[in-house]
Design a protein around this ligand. Structure first.
Ligand SMILES: Cc1cc2nc3c(=O)[nH]c(=O)nc-3n(C[C@H](O)[C@H](O)[C@H](O)COP(=O)(O)OP(=O)(O)OC[C@H]3O[C@@H](n4cnc5c(N)ncnc54)[C@H](O)[C@@H]3O)c2cc1C
Length: 386
């Protein structure tokens, strides 16, 4: 079910074959235990799927965002949760597009082989939230090191990653012309940092998504870990965010098809009043509507991929794809839960798990309101509201 683009059939078949080894029960048990799907992420890495975006000269397969997005979509469409590992796909972009040759040679081959994981990106802060340019974490140059002080919140997969991309202010807010100036990005070696200036405190939350508060107290990192030019970090991060939004749109589309597939199957099988519940239009229509909206979101997702892969501006399309897909998957989730009736609440059908998982994407990595304000301001030319 769903528009399959023939160009990607080989990738779809490959990822589906791998996912078949990690059936519903696997993800259900991991969710119940609030565990991490190590075996799944290892298998995905060994098969090379998480190195899709790394150029061949650094040991990856040199594919584009469209292919990477199909990999993420298929994981969710098969019942899994790419939230455990999608960080590597989009964090990669920052290093690929803005890292020095020396940084790429140092980090990309071990990431491609699975020796290192780059699963984390530290942007959000507790006191500033979505108002990213006001972030308070600072990085001060001292000789051949930077000294980091501050706090982050909701930083995912830190305990299952070796490296983290960190956004911090290198020039005080008061001293910059534009508020987006004066921030820089760094690669942090988490093994060297934790316990030596970085404290990690996990946050228990609604989904099985390992995420944390981070406290930086004079953490020293080598100056060579600065990515690109000092002060340009916000611009670099934005590039990466477009990839992130598009990949997450694809994951939502995978979730959405999963919900519609499961619900249609259940509606054909469940007999109430001596007929399949799917014979009632009250059951059919929400599923048909969810499917239509998923198909439309899917088109926008491929449009965003096409622009990103051609190095063309894609901010509007990436945001719109994420908006449409997160909304469509949430509506599909609701329709699926309603179709299952009481059984939708039972863990063994996986609907309640996927329902919680897909809900996240209207809040993170960017909330729906902020997408609407982006489109209002940057596409429609309306005045900035904040
Ligand atoms: C499970 C999870 C994992 C995450 N992983 C990461 C991660 O790995 N790295 C990272 O850096 N961050 C991560 N985040 C943070 C996430 O990106 C933020 O939660 C999200 O961007 C929203 O920011 P906030 O929570 O600070 O909300 P706030 O900025 O406090 O906003 C709260 C609400 O107010 C609305 N709002 C705020 N300002 C406006 C406005 N001007 N107009 C209209 N509405 C407005 C928002 O849309 C939102 O609905 C994660 C979050 C979660 C829940």
């Amino acid at each position: 079910m769903g528009t399959s683009d023939d160009r990607f059939q080989d990738i779809r078949d490959g990822v589906r074959a791998l996912c078949a080894e990690f059936p519903d029960e696997y993800f259900r048990k991991i969710d119940e235990a609030r565990g991490y799907p190590d075996a799944f992420v290892d298998a995905l890495t060994k098969a090379g799927w998480l190195a899709a975006l790394i150029p061949q000269e650094y040991g990856g397969s040199g594919l584009g965002l469209a292919e990477a997005s199909v990999i993420m979509e298929e994981i969710n469409r098969c019942g899994g949760n790419s939230g455990a590992c999608h960080g590597q796909m989009y964090n990669m972009g920052t290093l690929l597009r803005h890292g020095s040759e020396a940084q790429k040679r140092k980090f990309l081959p071990p990431i491609a082989s699975g020796e290192l994981r780059l699963q984390s990106m530290g942007v959000t802060e507790p006191t500033t939230g979505t108002d990213t340019t006001k972030l308070k974490t600072t990085a001060q140059r001292k000789g051949d090191r930077y000294v980091i002080n501050g706090q982050k919140v909701w930083i995912s997969r830190v305990l299952h990653s070796d490296l983290m991309i960190l956004l911090a202010r290198t020039t005080p807010f008061a001293d910059v012309k534009r508020k987006s100036d004066g921030m820089s990005i760094f690669i942090v070696d988490l093994h060297q940092a934790i316990g030596k200036g970085l404290t990690v405190r996990p946050i228990a939350n609604m989904v099985n998504h390992e995420t944390n508060e981070l406290f930086f107290d004079a953490l020293e990192i080598p100056a060579e870990n600065l990515i690109g030019e000092e002060g340009k970090g916000f611009k670099y991060i934005l590039d990466g965010l477009n990839a992130e939004r598009t990949l997450i749109a694809a994951e939502c589309i995978g979730d959405g098809y999963w919900f519609v597939d499961r619900a249609a199957k259940y509606a054909n099988e469940r007999i109430v009043f001596d007929r399949p519940i799917g014979k009632n239009q009250g059951v059919q229509f929400p599923l048909a509507e969810a499917y239509i909206e998923l198909e439309a979101a899917n088109l926008m997702r491929f449009r965003a991929c096409e622009l990103f892969d051609a190095h063309l501006p894609c901010g509007a399309e990436a945001n719109m794809a994420k908006y449409l897909a997160a909304k469509a998957s949430w509506e599909a989730a609701n329709a699926c839960l309603q179709t299952y009736g009481g059984f939708g609440f039972a863990s063994e059908y996986d609907v309640e798990r996927k329902f919680r998982e897909t809900r996240l994407y209207q809040v993170a990595p960017i909330s729906t309101n902020l997408i609407l304000s982006y489109v209002a301001e940057h596409v429609l030319g309306l005045p900035r509201s904040f």
